[in-house]
Design a protein around this ligand. Structure first.
Ligand code: PXL
Length: 276
């Protein structure tokens, strides 16, 4: 197996099982060297906690980038998640040019919204800048809410294939050819992922579990990135990531003391097996 090195840019939520505390172990478990550029440090994630601390690391980014360029450091893939500021998005876009190795794959999870709403602290300027970053990506991984914000489309909790097709068309018009569209549900009790690759539509459906947990978007994206960089097709990677995310939600089992994240660690073995 060829040994790959990827860079992931997202926040450290010290507690909360999301972002880097999820991406690092999951991508490492996929057998890939995982380098990090933290976008911000928060005491917890912002979904359900109040009074969290937030240190924006935008100012540190140019010096880190310049050091890597001076050292000739490059990556096989760059995967971005939750970013700390609108201005930071330009720095991240620059990384796609300055530290990408030959054949580098750029993957953007526009982690900024869910359930019809932007996360606290994000605004229209951030959404506009994120549209530009998505345009520079090889793969984007939006959920339904993010797809609506990125395309100025009304958010509808229930919909059919025609609505999803319109969103896909508008998303690819941003400039990214490949869309991994998560949380697309066409039937009661089911959900799934749409994979649009070079204009080809595919859908992987699975059970929708009664319990849901925060941070599953980051688990999904990290497992997708790991499987893709390990050489799986986008559809195979999307399926592996979906099965793993479902296993994590099942493992968490709706424990009320564990509302802030999914217990992804005990089932890491399933992901490793899927990639064996
Ligand atoms: O899981 C997405 C995410 C990442 N990072 C922070 C968040 C969230 C979602 O709310 O608040 C800080």
């Amino acid at each position: 197996m060829s040994y790959k090195k990827i860079l992931t840019v997202q926040d450290i939520s010290c507690l909360g099982q999301c972002s880097l505390t999820v991406a690092l172990p999951i991508i490492s478990a996929c057998g890939i060297e995982t380098c990090v550029l933290p976008s911000a440090v928060l005491s917890t994630h912002t979904a359900g906690f109040s009074g969290y601390t937030f240190r924006d690391l935008t100012e540190d980014m140019p010096a880190i980038r310049n050091h890597w360029v001076k050292e000739g450091i490059t990556f096989d893939a760059i995967y971005t998640g939750y970013l700390g500021s609108t201005r930071q998005i330009d720095y991240v876009a620059d990384l796609f040019d300055s530290v990408s190795g030959k054949g580098c794959v750029n993957i953007v999870d526009p982690a900024m919204a869910d359930n019809g709403k932007l996360y606290p602290g994000f605004d229209a300027a951030f959404v506009d800048a994120m549209k530009g970053l998505c345009g520079k990506a090889d793969y984007i991984i939006p959920n339904l809410t993010e797809a609506c914000f990125l395309t100025n489309t009304e958010y509808r909790p229930s919909y059919g294939r025609a609505y999803i097709d319109i969103l896909l068309e508008k998303l690819t018009a941003l400039g990214c050819r490949n869309v991994i569209f998560t949380g697309v549900s066409y039937a009661e009790g089911k959900t799934g992922v749409v994979v649009l690759e070079n204009g080809q539509y595919a859908y992987y459906e699975h059970d929708k579990l009664p319990n849901s947990c925060h941070g599953t978007g980051d688990i999904y994206s990290s497992a997708f990135v790991g499987a893709l960089v390990r050489g799986r097709t986008a559809l195979e990677a999307a399926q592996i990531a979906a099965d793993y995310t479902v296993a994590c939600i099942r493992e968490t089992g709706g424990d009320p003391n564990h509302w802030y994240g999914a217990r992804f660690e005990p089932v890491l073995g399933k992901l490793i097996e899927a990639l064996a």
